[in-house]
Write a protein that binds this ligand. Sequence first.
Ligand SMILES: Nc1ncnc2c1ncn2[C@@H]1O[C@H](COP(=O)(O)OP(=O)(O)OP(=O)(O)O)[C@@H](O)[C@H]1O
Ligand SMILES: [Mg+2]
Length: 228
Amino acid sequence: MSNAHVRPVVELRSLTRSFEQGGVRIDVLRGVNLDVMPGEIVALLGPSGSGKSTLLQAVGLLEGGFGGEILIAGHSAEKSNANARTALRRDHLGFVYQFHHLLPDFDARENVVLPQLVAGAPRKDAEARAEELLTALGLEHRLDHRPSQLSGGEQQRVAVARGLANRPDLVLADEPTGNLDEATSDRVLEQFLALVRGEGSAAIIATHNERLAARMDRVVRLHEGVLE
Ligand SMILES: Nc1ncnc2c1ncn2[C@@H]1O[C@H](COP(=O)(O)OP(=O)(O)OP(=O)(O)O)[C@@H](O)[C@H]1O
Ligand SMILES: [Mg+2]
């Protein structure tokens, strides 16, 4: 079957980003090109400081200061105003951060429900979706626990469920299990991968875990500001 007519969920064209620090300019991204197809899971590797988080921030449309072009589902980010960018993020992107930023006053279920309400889902549907995702991650007995009542691995799984709640076309994950011990990290990343695959979402996952990276659809490496 030909995929020629299928549009990538994200296209990066000659993406650049430099930082100026104490009069010194660092060129972190020097012309990154990347296409991610629907459903494709891409591992983003590279040493500490190589620009993985910077690249994910660019794709997440959270910050300016980038050169080149970013297209999300065919829509140019530069040509979109602030409202249109917010809509692109809401309609296409999901985020899983290393430091999960769960809302401390809400339980696990509600942390996964809230982004769906923001996106306009009815509460009943949002709750069903939250319970389905949290159950798939083995948290069916922790739905009513607040973040402070969950272990680190459990909190990370809630963050995974939250990132997938709105059925994003593209999940952006920045070392989603970076602050967990190795065995837990492996297990959560396995569950995360299985869930993303089951949902049919595409993903860009920054990780230092070579073993799990090898199980994704494609591995790209940041080296001296470009992907290889
Ligand atoms: N706001 C900023 N101001 C100045 N320099 C920055 C800024 N953000 C990032 N940098 C620099 O850009 C480079 C890339 O940082 P980035 O966080 O993208 O690396 P990374 O690949 O995610 O590393 P790690 O694996 O440690 O998370 C680093 O040298 C960092 O010091
Ligand atoms: Mg980083």
